[in-house]
Design a protein around this ligand. Sequence first.
Ligand code: GLY
Length: 371
Amino acid sequence: MSLPRRQFLKGTAAASAGALVAGGLTPSRASGEPPARRAASATTPIIITSHENQTGQNAVEEAWSILADGGMALDAVERGANIIELDPEDMSVGMGGLPNDQGVIQLDASIMDGRTYNAGSVAALENTVHASSVARLVMERTDHVMIVGPAAREFADSFGIPEQDLMTDRTRQAFLRWREAHSENDDWGPPDHLITQGGEQGGPGSGAGAPSSPEGGADFTYGTTNVLAVDANGDVAGITTTSGLSWKINGRIGDSPIIGAGLYVDNDVGAAGATGRGEDVIKSCASFYIVMRMREGRSPQEACEDAIQLIVEKYRNVNPDFVPPEKFVAINKAGEFGCAWMGISGTPHMSVRNGDGLLVYEGTASLQPQG
Ligand code: GLY
């Protein structure tokens, strides 16, 4: 999701309240867009991703073949995450992810294996497209959970993972536009005497290939993807991988590599993952909270809505207008799934693949604090 940060901080709840979708599981709509919008029953194996776009659908479809062959959830989520990390058009994950305020792409990722109660993560990892696979190496080849910064890149080096420039032309143009637009109190941009009332002449982003979407301006983008799976053996695994908040302060680490925040897996229960403003997700330990709610008997859909509610209630006394932009996805061992967000723009979606086929599932948005 993408929005101007200061506009976002003022809140948009009142203006958008008409888009409220009542709580509970919203059935997918028939739209003639195969394979989306078909109902799917709760069944395992299952794999989901918070990415509902074509790349997300491709990712779960390809990863499904691992599960259909009796393979491990852990391998399936890595396959799915790797596909999304490779998409250069996606400016929130892996290749082509938006950089920090220094123009450097720093990736965060985590992985958790319910079968072994093991986890690994990397943060502020540079020049490495498959951050999720490096996180898996941390999990499987060390007795640690988290390796960060230049040491994470050195760790990848030690396994022979080649460095790769993740900057695409589209990403660079977006950064250059942001750098010139985000403040009037610096010297980025053309000389003052060349700026006319109608706008500057020929600035970055005015050329071919420049993004025309809000992503290319001074907006902040919270991207990220979660990939969660249950295999035929009933084992649960998950990955969260991201380039993080666009234009973040150099070295800022979000929720994605923090076990319990951006990702949590419990082999007795299921898994949950978060996208959106990582600071809210870290403070609320949201993925852990969702899984614990499922442990208490809540469905994945209800548990995701519970986490939204938890965060809303925390902010209500501080700033009632604040609209936290998180999206949560979850699955349980029975193959049920759900997703929810506050409703910055419409309703949230996720890609789901199980024995019934491929589904783009529509979750719920809740724009006003309830209760
Ligand atoms: N959820 C991604 C981030 O905040 O970095």
